[in-house]
Design a protein around this ligand. Sequence first.
Ligand code: FAD
Ligand code: EPU
Length: 348
Amino acid sequence: MSLRLLENAPLAGLNTFGVAARARRLVMLEDERDLPQALAALADGPRLVLGAGSNVLFAGDFDGTILLMRTRGRQVLGDGHGAPFNRIAVAAGESWDETVTWTLEEGLAGLENLAMIPGTCGAAAIQNIGAYGVELCDRFDSLRAVDMDSGEAREFGLADCRFDYRDSLFKQAGGRHWLILTLRLRVGAGQRPVLQYGELASALTAEGGPPGEPVAARIAAAVRAIRSRKLPDPTVLGNAGSFFKNPVVSAEAARELRVREPGMPGHPVTAAGEDRVKLSAGWLIERCGWKGFRQGDAGVHQAHALVLVNHGQASGREIAALAERIRQSVHERYGVWLEAEPSIIGGS
Ligand code: FAD
Ligand code: EPU
């Protein structure tokens, strides 16, 4: 029995914004054999699953039980009956970025564009993480989850998960009762390098890389270099990556905005069978004058307007209030409502 339980638990070290908050109770799951006791502890009152806390904002204390996922384990499963890929299985509590590094060391390509994304493997599926032209769903095989209400375990295939841009069934009201336990991904020789993201393609052309190094390793290195330039390291400056999703608007709305703002970036996407345009939230926020803004210790990163930061002692409530001011101002100027990417927990 390795289940650890803590009452009135401090959360500042458990979220990458580094904001201070407390949970009524915290249960750490390190060994799946303790799952029944963990689920029993969650049965009483509000509950929240937490991975590495890199996509949450505690806007207040959490008056309930937090389940901290710290299960470990990684395995190459083989090639799935002659399919042109290998399958790997990873426990939900494993670090995503360490898993990317491990696959590359094993000579299994496919996750390199997603290098350096903080967080756990379980949460990677919740959010359908994405970067530099690849989303988790592009490499997804299946996952195993348990219903936190009934204790029943279930397998989910690609279609079951309803992955979308930074979205999945597990983020929706009807899917939040699933606790992800194991994630399985398709990696290996069948996964071709993805170089369509302009910034990545030009970085690779410019930097070259040591001769003979596999392309996947070079892509991972280029992605890490780009990310280090643009995104603040949460161990130095509290943040949760992009605070808002990039808004997807109708082609008509994008055309109208471009009349006013000819330089506005945006690229065509198909959503629900319709031609739409994904705008750049960072650009909209910068145009509204927020880049580098700071009030107290809550601020907007100087190098990237989509990243809200905690300069030290900002409360989650202050960061949430700043996010709301930004949302209002973008709506006033452009008629577009931004949607927060992290889960905002607690507060009123
Ligand atoms: P948490 O923040 O702990 O949890 C996120 C959500 O998932 C919560 O709602 C939680 O309840 C739920 N959850 C967590 N684990 C489970 C589980 N096992 N079962 C059920 N529910 C669960 N994201 C991208 O997509 N692309 C990026 O490029 C990117 N860059 C980032 C850069 C920085 C510097 C930072 C700080 C964040 C970035 N993110 C990015 C966001 C974040 O890293 C991802 O969303 C990540 O997957 C969150 O993992 P986590 O373990 O920290 O999740
Ligand atoms: N831009 C500005 N000002 C800024 C920042 C960006 O004008 O301050 C404009 C520029 O035109 C730039 C464009 O926005 O070219 C896009 O910026 P960037 O390449 O940094 O990408 P992003 O759209 O801001 C998205 C994801 C990131 C992911 C990168 C790379 C979302 C919400 N964010 O950022 O994911 O790493 O692309 O693929 O989709 C995250 O989800 O937390 C995250 C960091």
